[in-house]
Design a binder for this molecule. Sequence first.
Ligand SMILES: *Cc1c(COP(=O)(O)O)cnc(C)c1O
Length: 428
Amino acid sequence: MSTILSLDKKHVWHPFTQMQTAPVPLAIVKAEGTVLYAEDGKEYLDCNSSWWVNIHGHGKKELKDALINQFDAIDHVIFAGVTHPKAVELSEKVIAILPNNFSKVFFSDDGSTAVEVALKMAFQYWFNQNQPKKRILALEGAYHGDTFGAMSISQRGYFNEPFEHLFFSVDYLSFPTKEREIELLNKAKNLFESNEFAAIILEPLVQGSAGMCMYSADFLQKITALAKSFGVLVIYDEVMTGWGRTGELFAMNHITETPDIVCLSKGLTGGVLPLGLTVATENIYNAFLAEEKTKALLHGHSFTGNPLACAVACASIDLTQKSDFKQNIHRISAKHTQFKLSLEGVKSLEIRQLGTIIAVEIQQSNADYFSSIRDEAYQYFLDQGLLIRPLGNIIFLNPPYCTTDEQLDKMYDGIKGFLTSKKLIFNI
Ligand SMILES: *Cc1c(COP(=O)(O)O)cnc(C)c1O
């Protein structure tokens, strides 16, 4: 065993990993574009953008320059009572690219904390106005992060079972399949009529961790309009769907309605540094203005507004405004659609695609996150030089946008190869 791996075994506790039975991890020593280079000389394509964050590919020069230049200016500084150029610039850039109802940016560390902040904003918005509304509506299958508030509003199940007694109560709507849309809108309407709901939170259009489960823009539009008609605050968790993933810069760009609060992270810094943003309307912000200090949003983290992360996020947003960003998203989306068509009609597969996300669900009885097909698929792909981390029986690709057509073909061939090895398809 190499030094890295033996030291890892000795001291490191990995996320989402049963350390007793997990195979030895890959030791990655270099990353460039879509390619990860392992210590043993093997190369892997980063098919899921390193946990969905690395949108431009690794080692992007513009991001590197931003990071180095910022280090020379300010590495870190407290963000209470202090501001700095890159936090201001980032706020301006984010407000400029979001629909024009947004006005204020709150900084945190990652997707989970961006969601925690959104929850606090929503509940305190009502509290500050002496109308304490205590209920919140979420979608079944949701994933909003791994901190306690975020876990509370996510799908309940074996992931969170040890903590379940600590969660606050949440109302859930079933996943909005086409057939259920009307029924769910009626159910939401009945709930909202109680006048007890502070907010609804949604992963717009695609539930990522649920297995890239997709629902219609029409439902998103209607549920948003409905909630707003009852004064219920609408929170979009765009942590995964943001930054071009769904074919538009944000999932909300597929519709004309807009939420009151949006959570951003993952691709925000191009996947280079951790950073979360919770962006709110002026109306929400105003509810925190008062003579009393206790009406303020009393929340913050040591690294709130970290200048290095802000500088890289600014550079990453600049990249999203360039023509090749959009071209690459169109190119990958079109290639994904072709791949989807090539699997059309195959029994026991359901293929879903939106923009640069494509998911192949292998339909089997008793499928879940821990299904054995997941481990088999993961290992099969590694042997093919592909780092693809399936969600249970769902194999999906959300590659960096710099991924070439040849690299995409290699990913598709790998998936077809696996399906062939499982005798799910026969004709390649
Ligand atoms: C990943 C994710 C989160 C959590 O973000 P972290 O940075 O992992 O804390 C929250 N919401 C959605 C939709 C996500 O995909």
